[in-house]
Ligand binder design. Sequence first.
Ligand SMILES: *Cc1c(COP(=O)(O)O)cnc(C)c1O
Length: 367
Amino acid sequence: MSRILYTKPSITELEVAYATDAAATGWGAKCYDYILKFEAGFAEHLEVRHAIATSSCTGAMHMGLAALGIGTGDEVILADTNWIATAAPIVHLGAKPVFVDINPETWCIDPAAAEAAITPRTRAIVATHIYGNLCNMDALLAIGNRHGLPVIEDAAEALGSVWRGQRAGSMGRFSTFSFHGTKTLTTGEGGMFATNDPDLYETVLTLSNHGRSRGQSRQFWADMIGFKYKMSNIQAAIGCAQLERIDALVDRKRAILGGYRDRLDDLEGLQLNPEPPDGANGAWMPTAVFAPTTGVTREALQAAFQAADIDARVFFWPLSSLDMFEDRRENIHAWDIPGRAINLPSYHDMTEDDLDRVAVVLRDTLV
Ligand SMILES: *Cc1c(COP(=O)(O)O)cnc(C)c1O
């Protein structure tokens, strides 16, 4: 039996053909063709007005927060359960990430906890749709409205996720996506900034181009200090091919999560990623959370998967447990759930036999 990998991109002849074309011909007058096509196609998919391709999701978040004017002394509220990439740009801007607890059903930010954490210094709330699960956007947007605060969506893990008819990443003031090699759609490394706000779009466009605004006619003239978080045309070519296959890529992810559900439905005390009411989970990362009563631990799960030659990964540590931050043990769900949870393999080319093998490990760990 061969090792079951955790993630692996789905690359076909289409990606290879577009990348080859970009490498062979995508220079000079054509050096932005794939980038512009990828941005337009992505905006159309999301049903938002503007999208800017970036070198990473982290870069997209950094520029978006900077464009909102977030800086020294400001506070940004986000879930304690998050990838470090969501918090790092806040810190780089001199602002303070304020970590709040998650909802134990969705593993996403608890809106009531977010509202309770608002202070006069709060400048934004970040809604990260963790593992493809959806934040309660109705509640978060209502809180944002009540307090005059922008809600930002980190949709890096939520391509294909839908909340009441709207795609994840189309509801906040702006949203960010990642096309890292582990994500549902990949360009190797890469990301996207998306927004419906024309002013924010112009500001981020300028920031993303070393601070040179579109209307600037002087050559090599920067209007402000910006960033360099651009995507290359070759990466965008791969992205264009992936975008043509987006429905198939998401459908396969959802089928894998469904395959786990079918195999594990009868197990008491095992929770998999939920579907949102009136929507869909893009199923980026199928994750198993065991109830405290089962006694199943992260360490037992890691050992069992290692013995079965299956690459499974730990649930995100609460960011407030990292040395750089102050402990927030009162975020009980964010601190408790990782100790009895595991991320499951979910790459597109997994076979039914692979799903069987993973399910057996979970079943055997429980009894
Ligand atoms: C992957 C990921 C990121 C970072 O993406 P990069 O493209 O690597 O910068 C940010 N937030 C979340 C929730 C992610 O999963």
